[in-house]
Structures are given as C-alpha cells and as structure tokens.
Design a protein. Structure first.
Length: 336
C-alpha cells in the first residue's frame, strides 16, 4: 500500500510528502481500544462538533450517514448489536497510518474497479484477529474492519478537502454466532397489484418508502410516502416529471428485488444476515462490489456471502435512489 501512497502523493488529496506519510512518532487511534490519543487530536477535539458540521458540503461526505443513523438501522437487526459508535475528525497522517499494511504479514490484495475507479482491498491476520483494509485509489474513502471473535470494529475514513482532515466513523458490533436463519429471516415476494401499496421491504433508514397507483375516471394518480404522504396527478404530467415518478417506483422495486436475492443467498450460508447487513450499512460510502469483497474478507463465507452482500449493498443503493427521487417528485403533488 505504501507504493500506492507514494505514486499518488502529488495527485492525491493528501498533499503529504512521501517520506513523511507514516510518521512513526505519532500514536494513532488504538485499533482495539478505539480510544483517541489526546496529543494528536487535541486541536480537533476543541471544536469537534463545528468541524463535523462543516464537512456536509464536501463532495465526499455530503451523502454520508451519521453514526446515529447507522446505529438506528443496525438496532433493527436481531443477530447483531451496536456496542459503541464514535464520530471524530482525525489527521491525514493518522488515517493513513491506520490503513497502512506495509508492515503486515501475508497480506492478500484485491483490486475492484467500480465506475472507472480502482478500490484496493487488503486482507490479513494479526494477533488472532482478521483485518480488512479498503481504500479508493484517490484515498478519499478508506475503511478498516477488524473481526475479533464476536466483536467487529468497522472504521470508515472520509476525506474533507477543506479541512484537509478525515472524518472517522467507528461502529463496533457484537454478533450472536449461536443464532441461525429461520423462516422469519426470509422475505417472501410481494405481489404488486393495481392500487395496492408497494413499499421497501427493508428500511435503510427509519421509514419505508412506498407508492400506490390509483385512478378516477380519466385521471390517474400516484400516492407516495415516507414520513409524509403526497398525492400526485400523473395523467397530465410532463414527460420529464413522469420519468422521475417512474424512476421512483423502479428504485423501490429494484431495492426489494435485490434484498430478496441477498437474503436468499445468505440463507444457505453460515454467516447471518444481521452481520452482513451491519457491515453493508456501516460501509455505505463504498460501491456495492467493494462492500461485498470487503465483507467476504472480514467474515468469510465464499461466493454465497459475496453474492448476498453484493445484493444487499445494491438494495441499499436503490433505496437511496428512491429517497432522492421522493424528495423531487413530492413537489409535483399535494401533501395529504
């Protein structure tokens, strides 16, 4: 990984000389205890809330989920619990030192190309723990997963070009390995009938999204909802607006389809759905194929887990699409 840092140092967002990328005199966040070093982070800690608030305008972090939102989603899962979350600003040196694998033994490296960008995934073991380090080629998005028995620590680093620092989001999960998949974990396909409500099968935030078609003589309507409900008359919409409405419905259906596929793949695996969902949610900043590779590297399970994690990551992505379209098309109608 050090070679990649050196190669991209002039072009990267970090702007650090290659000779001082990994500063040996700095004590970074302890991977296992997840406690910040007061000397390194003293300046950021003085006004941490303001700095975190300021990053929302940055392209890398503007669509981020807060650790509170991540925790709320994972709390709905039956076989995994959130035992700790933390969100803080850290230096470039600390983030890179955390992800660096140069001195690790027997590192297995994979490269996943998504949307013309390479993501590097490096897997290794240390002190009986399984680690997966993942980072984008431009180093704007990085992650370290540590699996230590029933405890999974997931740390994501998102770069803010204005602050020239990283937002670190830490989520610590505790899994219940005694739980097995039951019929309650399997989602049955919902039939989509005219004028029936179609909603997201799994809620990647606190509220499901839904739509419902209807008609009154020659007039047609689309009812949509999440936190609030709206009715849109669709027979007189412009083509552009009609396409947005259809895209909203399509995103919900695709999210459901991917979710069903994901649970089906995982039903034949020894890895529980909750563990995979927890990692998918915690690593939303990465593309689906990268998340899937990362999950397999962390918890194993082979092709079934890869396909399951990939499908669930795609389900989450389509859910986010539905969220975006909902925000647009609700302006076409009337709030109920």
């Amino acid at each position: 990984m050090k070679n990649i840092f050196k190669k991209n140092v002039k072009k990267s967002i970090c702007g650090i000389l290659s000779g001082i990328l990994f500063v040996s005199g700095i004590s970074c966040v302890d991977i296992y205890a997840n406690q910040p070093n007061e000397t390194v982070f003293h300046d950021a800690a003085q006004d941490i809330s303001n700095e975190i608030a300021s990053i929302d305008a940055d392209p890398v972090t503007q669509n981020k989920a807060s650790v509170e939102e991540i925790e709320a989603i994972i709390d709905t899962l039956e076989d995994v619990d959130v035992i700790n979350t933390e969100e803080q600003i850290v230096s470039e040196e600390c983030a890179m030192e955390t992800i660096d694998t140069e001195e690790k033994q027997d590192v297995e490296k994979q490269i996943v190309n998504e949307e013309n960008e390479d993501y590097i995934i490096e897997t290794y073991e240390e002190d009986g723990k399984q680690f997966v380090a993942t980072y984008s080629q431009d180093l704007s998005t990085m992650s370290l997963v540590c699996c230590d028995g029933d405890i999974i620590t997931n740390r994501v680093f998102l770069y803010d070009s204005t602050l020239q620092k990283y937002l670190e989001q830490t989520v610590v999960l505790e899994t219940d390995e005694t739980m097995t998949l039951t019929d309650e974990n399997n989602v049955e396909a919902q039939k989509i009938n005219y004028n029936s409500k179609t909603k997201t099968l799994y809620n990647w935030n606190k509220n499901p999204y839904y739509y419902q078609s209807g008609s009154s003589k020659e007039k047609t309507y689309l009812k949509i909802g999440c936190k609030a409900n709206y009715r849109i008359r669709t027979d007189n919409l412009s083509d552009k607006k009609a396409k947005k409405c259809n895209a909203y419905k399509s995103a919900i259906k695709k999210s459901n389809s991917y979710y069903q596929k994901g649970t089906a793949y995982l039903s034949g695996s020894t890895v529980t759905i909750g563990v995979v969902l927890g990692l998918v949610v915690a690593n939303v900043a990465f593309p689906p194929s990268v998340i899937a590779t990362m999950v397999v590297g962390a918890v194993g399970g082979g092709s079934a887990v890869y396909k399951g994690a990939s499908a669930l990551a795609n389900s989450q992505e389509k859910f986010c699409d539905a969220k975006d379209y909902y925000a647009i098309i609700k302006t076409y109608g009337k709030k109920l």
